[in-house]
Design a binder for this molecule. Structure first.
Ligand SMILES: *[C@@H]1O[C@H](CO)[C@@H](O)[C@H](O)[C@H]1NC(C)=O
Ligand SMILES: *[C@@H]1O[C@H](CO)[C@@H](O)[C@H](O)[C@H]1NC(C)=O
Ligand SMILES: *[C@@H]1O[C@H](CO)[C@@H](O)[C@H](O)[C@H]1NC(C)=O
Ligand SMILES: *[C@@H]1O[C@H](CO)[C@@H](O)[C@H](O)[C@H]1NC(C)=O
Length: 662
């Protein structure tokens, strides 16, 4: 390995091979950098992260009410998922909260056996980032969607002056933020890993610095900035320095790669960083760091900090089911002193689910590509504010990604060079197929041959199981995917549906029913191609959902309340408005009206009742776009079918689903 590259064993130095291919999150809804724009395409592709996806992708942030949240960030809706309860053992499954994450990826993945050979190699990396909701208030580092559709500000440092006051000038509460300003600043200052394969891309020196830093990579040779994301960290995983992300799962090209991902994950493997007293951390290896007066520190990731454990012994004595505590220096420590950290588990790892090339759609058997995420359990019982991230990494067999490094990089014009001098791939090369024939040109962009795509959720909350939600039962989430429009208008998003469309649960399990939508889906493009417009029922631009029982999904009529069975066979364990004295009929009304009404009669819920409130539009126009819903316990076996009365439109759209209690 080249001197000046990091001191960590880098078994995989590179990437390659590939084609344009996008990844879009549908549950939780991926932003693809959209916020609330009333346009067919996102307007700021660099707002929070580098997706490399098509500009038309993504969902607007959810609105709480029937009106656009506009300049009121607090009127945006954050999805609220209940955390898992404490686990007794890793395997008994009790107390887990599941969120079925769904996405589409364009170029196929997984199942690379003879019967369905893939045209590329692929891996998916699923991660989250959380902070305490209460500490986020008024912090410049608070995770937020922002309400102004602009990229956060970063003022470049001067050659000899780091000027940390730049942060307070740059960071604005109305602009979205995922990674912190300090994270990007570190990346901007740290030399890039020169052991990486860069092909024939020329990586520039960083502005004002005189050396090339980690903002320059083969995929981002010009060092473009996307939010406060660090390009080198974005392109490589597992990363060899500390990162703010927690690994949920790696869906690998081949299960034989899993031990690599699980042992190298920053969840379980601490990494070094150079800490310099003047705040200028240029060096990325021990030797250069210490010889320039820095400290080469081993830093740890954590599930959360146990702030009430103030000594090593108090910390390490702590036992919570399934979790261990240790006294160590956190990656985001301000003073680099040890504190009590709750350890993370290694990420889950399996082979990626199979999907087909050139097809932004479902996987095997017509099921959406999905991963059943077991939401974390936080022993502090605090509400967390979080974002979720998925990266889709594709490469080809044109050469071995794990054994090609900087030695094979080079920069050559499109002329023939001896093979021992040529890098394994070159920009748009010419190839001879036959001696007699003139050459053919291949479309190869070495910045994209081996490429990572990304999508991220808007900000959501992970809430502790408080307020009557018992910690033992398994909890499932039932949400809605899709946005307003017909199949071409929403593409590459999807049409409305419940998610999952068939939720299989066990008797006594809990289901949290919840949805979110926007009031600003204006899809007015050039028109004429059928892609402009946002067909759907009710007021233009608005998403609405509701849930009413039906007898069977082959029909299109809801069951009259008197004949319904679902509401008889559930217990309300928790409901967002907290009213206790409401009956099954009230629950049915609440679900059918997306929370517009809480109950039928004035005596029970006054102004929120059918008797006390202005009439709801039969298309839910004046009902809220998002619904915090209820956690229900299913007490009788059976299949319960339901639909959304507004969006279901036979032959055009089908929004029907079932909960199957086994
Ligand atoms: C997975 O890797 C193993 C070991 O490298 C190899 O034998 C196997 O063929 C691979 N499987 C697939 C589907 O590529
Ligand atoms: C993508 O795959 C390459 C190997 O082809 C690897 O070097 C790189 O770290 C991966 N990046 C991410 C973000 O998974
Ligand atoms: C059903 O959908 C089609 C196509 O989007 C639309 O033209 C029609 O008006 C819808 N029906 C109703 C009752 O809204
Ligand atoms: C479905 O959409 C077509 C136009 O796209 C429309 O003619 C038809 O009436 C719609 N079906 C219903 C039930 O509205």
């Amino acid at each position: 390995m080249l001197l000046g590259s990091v001191g960590v064993a880098l078994t995989c130095l590179l990437v390659l091979g590939g084609v344009a291919a996008d990844v879009y999150l549908h549950v939780p809804r991926g932003s693809n950098n959209r916020l609330r724009e009333r346009t067919d395409t996102r307007t700021k592709a660099k707002r929070l992260f580098d997706s490399q996806n098509n500009n038309r992708g993504g969902y607007n942030v959810g609105d709480q009410t029937d009106l656009p949240s506009g300049r009121y960030q607090e009127k945006q809706y954050k999805m609220k998922y209940f955390q898992s309860g404490p686990w007794k053992t890793q395997s008994d499954g009790k107390g887990r909260s599941y969120l079925n994450v769904e996405w589409t990826n364009q170029h196929g993945c997984g199942g690379n056996e003879n019967t369905s050979p893939q045209k590329q190699n692929c891996a998916l990396v699923l991660q989250y980032l959380c902070q305490d909701e209460d500490s986020a208030i008024a912090s410049p580092d608070a995770l937020r969607n922002g309400y102004v559709i602009k990229k956060p500000v970063y003022t470049k440092p001067n050659k000899r002056n780091i000027d940390m006051n730049r942060k307070s000038r740059d960071v604005k509460p109305y602009l979205g933020l995922h990674e912190t300003w300090d994270w990007y600043n570190k990346c901007y200052l740290r030399e890039r890993n020169k052991g990486l394969f860069t092909s024939d891309q020329k990586l520039k020196a960083t502005k004002n610095l005189g050396y090339s830093s980690a903002i320059h990579t083969r995929q981002n040779p010009n060092g473009n900035r996307y939010g406060y994301e660090c390009p080198e960290e974005r392109d490589y995983h597992p990363y060899w320095h500390p990162t703010p992300w927690v690994d949920v799962a790696v869906l690998a090209e081949n299960a034989s790669m899993c031990s690599h991902y699980q042992t190298k994950s920053f969840n379980v493997q601490p990494y070094h960083e150079c800490i310099h007293p003047n705040g200028w951390s240029r060096y990325n290896n021990k030797e250069a760091c210490t010889s320039h007066g820095g400290r080469w520190l081993l830093l740890h990731n954590y599930l959360e900090k146990a702030k009430d454990r103030r000594s090593k012994s108090a910390c390490e004595r702590t036992k919570t089911s399934g979790l261990t505590y240790h006294w160590a220096v956190a990656y985001d420590s301000k003073d680099y002193r040890p504190e009590c950290l709750v350890k993370l588990h290694a990420p889950d790892c399996t082979e990626a689910p199979w999907s087909r090339s050139n097809h932004l759609g479902n996987g095997r058997d017509g099921n959406p590509l999905s991963y059943k995420w077991t939401l974390p359990y936080f022993p502090s019982a605090k509400t967390k504010r979080c974002v979720f991230r998925i990266r889709y990494n594709i490469s080809t067999d044109d050469y071995d990604p794990y054994h090609t490094d900087y030695m094979q990089s080079g920069r050559y014009p499109n002329t023939w060079v001896p093979s021992w001098l040529a890098p394994p791939i070159r920009q748009n090369p010419y190839v001879y197929i036959m001696k007699q024939m003139s050459p053919l040109r291949l479309a190869i962009n070495t910045a994209q041959f081996g490429r990572v795509f990304q999508d991220r959720s808007h900000v959501f909350q992970l809430k502790p199981r408080k307020d009557n939600i018992p910690s033992e039962p398994v909890l499932h989430n039932l949400n809605v995917r899709g946005k307003r429009g017909n199949i071409v208008q929403v593409y590459p998003a999807v049409e409305y549906d419940f998610a999952p469309t068939e939720l299989r649960i066990k008797l006594g399990n809990l289901v949290h029913i919840q949805w979110t939508g926007s009031n600003t889906h204006r899809n007015e493009g050039v028109g004429g191609d059928g892609q402009a417009g946002s067909d759907g029922e009710g007021m233009p631009e608005t998403d609405r959902n509701n849930l009413v029982e039906m007898t069977d999904r082959s029909g299109n009529f809801p069951t009259p309340y008197e004949q319904s069975t679902m509401w008889d066979n559930v217990e309300v364990v928790w409901i967002y408005h907290g009213k206790k004295n409401l009956d099954k009929r009230d629950l049915a009304i609440n679900m059918a009206s997306s929370g517009y009404y809480w109950c039928a009669q004035w005596q029970k819920c006054q102004r929120e009742s059918v008797e006390g409130k202005q009439k709801m539009s039969y298309l839910l126009d004046n009902a809220p776009a998002s619904f915090e819903g209820a956690v229900l316990k299913f007490t009788k076996r059976g299949t319960y079918h339901f639909m959304c009365t507004r969006n279901n439109n036979f032959s055009n759209r089908s929004q029907k689903a079932a909960i199957i209690v086994e």
